[in-house]
Ligand binder design. Structure first.
Ligand code: PRP
Ligand code: URA
Length: 209
């Protein structure tokens, strides 16, 4: 069974509350999303393996720890997932970035794929899928399936706000994928929007409405 990690650090909760306010503009919204992504990145990467390396400080030789093994890839679900990439790249500058383009059909609320470009060696990497909103879970679940079809075996899903319905869907369809969230919200409304949520994340990031 996949684990649900709710990262309720006070700094993350504070920044998320500002993002939720309807009067917060695109510039602040983007900056806060980037900052939260970096902070969440600490937890999402908490268990990546380390190896011992011999180094020399200005004073003496010592054995230090450095990240070893499988490399990372960040895969945002377009568009809104893009808003979480920069913060993660500040933490892991050598990570490769792939893109999966999905949008929700406004009537059926079902995801439609329009783009997929991934690093060549994606199947060898630990993949962090990003999307601020986990609503019905359709988009995230389809993105995870696309990655598995391409051979990925070590995937984590990093979102900002999740609805119980979306969490349940991803856990049922991808029991091997851990989910990281800053908040579990109350429910979905009749348009499959998260309540209380923060509105349409893509529109708020890119100022398209
Ligand atoms: C939003 C959001 C997720 C999806 C979540 O994207 O960024 O990808 O909806 O909904 P779900 O869990 O019900 O699938 P949207 O389709 O609005 O596209 P956009 O990011 O391009 O605005
Ligand atoms: N997509 C969003 O951007 N927000 C929601 O609340 C649901 C889907």
């Amino acid at each position: 069974m996949s684990q649900l990690h709710v990262i309720d650090h006070p700094m993350i909760q504070h920044k998320l509350t500002i993002m939720r306010k309807k009067e917060t503009g695109s510039k602040d919204f983007r900056e806060l999303l980037k900052e939260i992504s970096l902070l969440m990145g600490y937890e999402v990467t908490r268990d990546i393996p380390l190896e011992s390396v011999e180094i020399e400080t200005p004073l003496c030789k010592m054995t230090g720890k450095m990240v070893s093994g499988r490399k990372l890839a960040v895969v945002p679900i377009l568009r809104a997932g893009m808003g979480m990439v920069e913060g993660l790249l500040e933490l892991v500058p050598v990570a490769r970035v792939g893109h999966i383009g999905l949008y929700r059909n406004e009537e059926t609320h079902l995801p439609v794929v329009y783009y997929c470009k991934l690093p060549e060696d994606i199947q060898k990497r630990t993949v962090i899928v990003t999307d601020p909103m986990l609503a019905t879970g359709g988009s995230a679940s389809d993105a995870l399936t696309m990655l598995k079809e391409r051979g990925c075996k070590h995937i984590r899903l990093m979102c900002l706000v999740g609805a119980p319905e979306g969490i349940a869907k991803v856990q049922a369809e991808h029991p091997d994928v851990d989910i990281y969230l800053a908040s579990v919200d109350d429910h979905l409304n009749e348009n499959a929007y998260i309540v209380p949520g923060l509105g349409d994340a893509g529109d708020r990031i890119f100022g398209t409405k």
